[in-house]
Design a protein. Sequence first.
Length: 148
Amino acid sequence: MTTIQALTAADRDDWLPLWQAYLTFYESALAEDVTASTFARIADPAGDIQGAIARADDGRAVGIVHWLAHPATWSKTGYTYLEDLFVDPSVRGAGVGRALIAHVKDAARAAGSAKVYWLTAETNATARRLYDRVAERSGFIHYQIDLG
């Protein structure tokens, strides 16, 4: 059975390979200082980004999720943005992704958020099969402007 717990500073060595695999999946790379800053923000209980780690029965880290809450203009309360979700390929299809999403949903509900939302690549067929079962597609198209 998978257990899910809030990420803490003690989880860094287990988190890092999953984070790196997530970045590789999206054909991305980040500077080491960005990764260090990201983990520090997630591991800080008072930080602006929340995170959780999924562990298999043997204690091995098999998934991570990060999310943040923000104010919203279309709601009296805010929204929760699920920013990163990654499950080790060796355990995909075993419910880890679904459990991580449920964890974020529970945290968002407890925080008073009106909804949880996220983005994924159109080509991410494996994850999209899960997402189509646990959420509704919004119909919106994502745009961005890189300021870096």
